[in-house]
Design a binder for this molecule. Structure first.
Ligand SMILES: [Zn+2]
Length: 394
């Protein structure tokens, strides 16, 4: 073959490969998300007028949503996945904690995992994330904060950062002055502190990127501590203790979800601030390896912490509007109505009701006789109080 022919064949091969990749980029991510974030459909049930009125009138915050992991524009209404800004606005949300997932072991389970494998690498490549994110957990965390930053910039003021007390106060004042306006305040949290990559200086980098809540571990033991679903069941490492100190100095909220019980107990003793369990259930209500013991939950609440109840089976056993209400009512009985909040784990590879059906939880609480004042606290009142006290001033 002549040199010209070889060049032509090479060129056509490149074009075909590019077209195949482009088709893969369009087709694969939605297929993957639809298979991982499954919807339990309650669209046939509608809330009462009383629940609908209360839903629109009260402050609502969710402490754990993984929507930034996926290949969707969160400002656009989607017919798959669990949540996006239009659907959250329809359900009356004021504040959302967006959480970044950076590594998840293959065969992930709630009993025991090592950190030897990772499914997120394939996901970020398939979704066409920047090459810097392919081999770095820190870059994956920073990129998800950048995605939120871009969503805020492109939202026409519908979505706004809440990084400090000033931004929180401004948002809440604006929402009470103009209830028709549905601006959502966005906070950023991390599902585990492995993005630090063992370097304490990376806490500051994540803080400057917008992070205001940090988990300690996800499904595997890491540089900071043992996971609730790892192999060691260890407490904090020396690095973990240093990180807790830096989180406290920067006024970053510590999320105890997924950490081993020994580490959680050490953190509650060591930190000068209260903690949050951002998505969980109660072992006394739903006895799975995903949940902390009631005794530990009481210790977290006794220090002023918040327990955010999730919407999926491993956390609450019965993932229906009624089942979510039962888990919340159990929590109120155990730790008191000032310490129970909402932490959906929407878009966290869970199967659950979606944002559009969320008012049915309010309806279920009303039907079960929970007073309106208590519902207002657990839906958002407790969260706004906590953030008003524990976010940095500015
Ligand atoms: Zn999680």
């Amino acid at each position: 073959m002549t040199q010209g022919k070889i060049t032509k064949i090479g060129l056509w091969t490149l074009v075909i490969l590019f077209v195949l990749y482009a088709a893969f980029r369009i087709i694969a991510p939605p297929m993957l998300e639809k298979s991982l974030n499954k919807r339990l459909d309650y669209s046939a049930q509608r809330p009462s007028a009383t629940a609908t009125t209360l839903q629109a009138d009260m402050t609502i915050m969710d402490w754990h949503t993984d929507s930034l992991l996926w290949d969707r524009n969160i400002n656009e209404r989607s017919d798959y996945g669990h949540a996006d800004i239009p659907r959250l606005q329809d359900a009356g949300f004021d504040l959302m904690m967006f959480t970044s997932v950076t590594k998840s072991p293959s065969g992930q389970n709630i009993e025991e995992n090592t950190g030897d494998s990772d499914n997120i690498t394939a996901l970020v490549v398939a979704q066409g994330w920047p090459i810097r994110t392919w081999g770095s957990l820190l870059e994956r965390a920073l990129y998800q904060a950048e995605k939120l930053d871009e969503a805020v910039a492109d939202s026409n003021g519908e979505l706004r950062w809440v990084r400090n007390k000033l931004e929180l106060t401004a948002l809440m004042a604006e929402r009470s002055a103009n209830p028709a306006r549905r601006t959502i305040g966005a906070l950023m949290g991390a599902e585990g502190a492995h993005p630090l990559e063992g370097d304490i200086g990376n806490i500051d980098r994540m803080f400057f990127a917008g992070y205001r809540m940090m988990g300690i571990t996800h499904f595997f033991d890491n540089e900071l501590a043992g996971s609730l679903h790892g192999v060691s069941n260890a407490g904090l490492t020396e690095f973990g203790r240093a990180a807790i100190k830096r989180f406290d100095q920067l006024e970053i909220i510590i999320d105890l979800a997924h950490v081993s019980e020994p580490a959680a107990r050490e953190i509650t003793a060591l930190s000068s601030r209260p903690q949050v369990v951002s998505h969980t259930g109660f072992k006394g209500h739903c006895n799975t390896d995903r949940n902390f013991t009631d005794d530990l939950m009481k210790a977290i609440a006794d220090k002023g912490g918040l327990i955010a109840v999730g919407f999926w089976e491993q956390a609450i056993c019965t993932p229906t509007p009624d089942g979510i209400a039962d888990a919340l009512i159990y929590g109120i009985g155990l730790v008191g109505e000032d310490h129970v909040v909402i932490g959906s784990d929407w878009d966290g590879s869970t199967t659950s009701l979606t944002a559009e059906d969320f008012p049915l939880v309010t309806e279920a609480l009303l039907v079960k006789g929970v007073p309106e004042a208590t519902i207002r606290k657990i839906m958002g009142g407790n969260s706004v109080n906590f953030l008003g006290r524990w976010l940095p001033v500015r």
